[in-house]
Design a protein around this ligand. Structure first.
Ligand code: SF4
Length: 265
């Protein structure tokens, strides 16, 4: 059976194949940035759960408001009809029921307003694109996987933006001048998984601090991803993996350099 390769492994492999290999051998990444990143991720996760919960509440409240106010209006009209036909007692009963329904609609209106406010303030913490949140990675949430490609992964979020499903990956820590290629590859893997599970996926989003980048899912990126996947599988078979760059800066920022025999620093 084909072994699954995760999107975060793709990210590590693209950064440096040896870093990926070390992580597979159980070498944990070390560094202050990494720890801060995990904390920040938990904070963002909580906020997105608030957004999802409050937006769901908002949707059901809006539905209740529509149903109750329509029913109350119809009932009031019926009440007026009954009153005109001189049945005062029956008319009073319909009016009272109608008033109760209107009061209930007002209650749901308050709930909706509160949910809007909570969702809006949570959205200021996490700058997500407008749309319905379909998926939030978190405890107990299943990974997205594909038997066809052998990919597995959990994007931070999947948002449905007007019928196009957008995986969103939030990167914490150092803010680069532009999206890093290793992150683009990871996001491409998420796009492929999301496209298979949810449907139309035109692009994914990488968010660094306040900066968001939209990365289109092109055939070129897909081809590069699958080529990398092939090389990774080759390495898994042969057990041969080496550094594929000559950039000391990469090694300097590498969280596994202490365990690396080919480090340039
Ligand atoms: S220290 Fe350098 S060569 Fe070693 S795993 Fe990290 S990036 Fe690769």
């Amino acid at each position: 059976m084909m072994e699954f390769v995760s999107a975060s492994e793709i990210e590590k492999y693209t950064y440096c194949p040896l870093s990926w290999w070390l992580s597979r051998k159980g070498v944990e990444g070390k560094g202050k940035e990494l720890k801060e990143g995990i904390g920040r991720h938990h904070e963002i996760e909580k906020n997105v759960e608030v957004i999802k919960k409050e937006e769901e509440k908002l949707f059901s409240s809006e539905f209740m408001i529509a149903v109750l106010s329509t029913a109350a209006t119809i009932l009031s009209l019926v009440g007026v009809g009954i009153y005109l036909s001189q049945q005062e007692a029956a008319s009073a009963v319909t009016m009272i029921i109608s008033a109760i329904w209107l009061a209930s609609a007002a209650f749901f209106l308050v709930v909706a307003l509160k949910s809007t406010q909570l969702a809006r303030s949570a959205r200021t913490v996490v700058d997500l694109p407008d749309g319905t949140i379909e998926y939030v990675a978190g405890e107990g949430v299943e990974d997205l996987s594909s038997k066809k490609t052998g990919l597995i992964g959990r994007p931070d979020y999947v948002i449905n933006v007007r019928g196009s499903f957008v995986p969103v990956e939030i990167k914490t820590g150092r803010v680069p001048r532009g999206p890093l290629f290793s992150h683009i590859m990871q996001l491409t893997a998420y796009c492929v998984l999301v496209e298979e599970k949810y449907g139309k996926t035109d692009y994914g989003m990488l968010i660094y601090g306040n900066q968001a980048y939209r990365i289109s899912l092109t055939d070129e990126l897909k081809t590069t991803l699958f080529k990398k996947l092939e090389k990774m599988r080759e390495s898994l078979n042969t057990g041969i993996v080496h550094r594929d760059h000559s950039r000391p800066g990469k090694c300097r920022h590498c969280s596994r350099r202490n365990a690396c025999a080919e480090s340039l620093v």
